[in-house]
Design a binder for this molecule. Sequence first.
Ligand SMILES: N[C@@H](CCC(=O)N[C@@H](CS)C(=O)NCC(=O)O)C(=O)O
Length: 86
Amino acid sequence: MMTLYQFESCPYCRMVRQKLSDLELTYVSVCVSRDRARRDKVVEVSGQPTVPVLVDGEVVLADENDIVAYLEATYGRQGKTAKSPW
Ligand SMILES: N[C@@H](CCC(=O)N[C@@H](CS)C(=O)NCC(=O)O)C(=O)O
């Protein structure tokens, strides 16, 4: 099961939630603090404090554009492609 670290009012997180929804994917949402100093778990899993962070098995992504591209390449209509870096 994928895990998304995020908070509701974050526009970058919304972008990722929208893609997950469009692709009809099931995921666990971990709601984090808006205060970056209180994001110990985010730092633990990704090595940095910004969100969104997506964890999908061994894959850990900490940028919304990378996450959306990953979701599209992995779970989109094309599925995994030879061009996918993941
Ligand atoms: N991934 C984006 C940044 C994403 C971002 O800025 N997220 C905000 C939440 S909306 C965040 O975590 N900012 C750090 C903070 O809250 O201090 C980038 O590298 O430009």
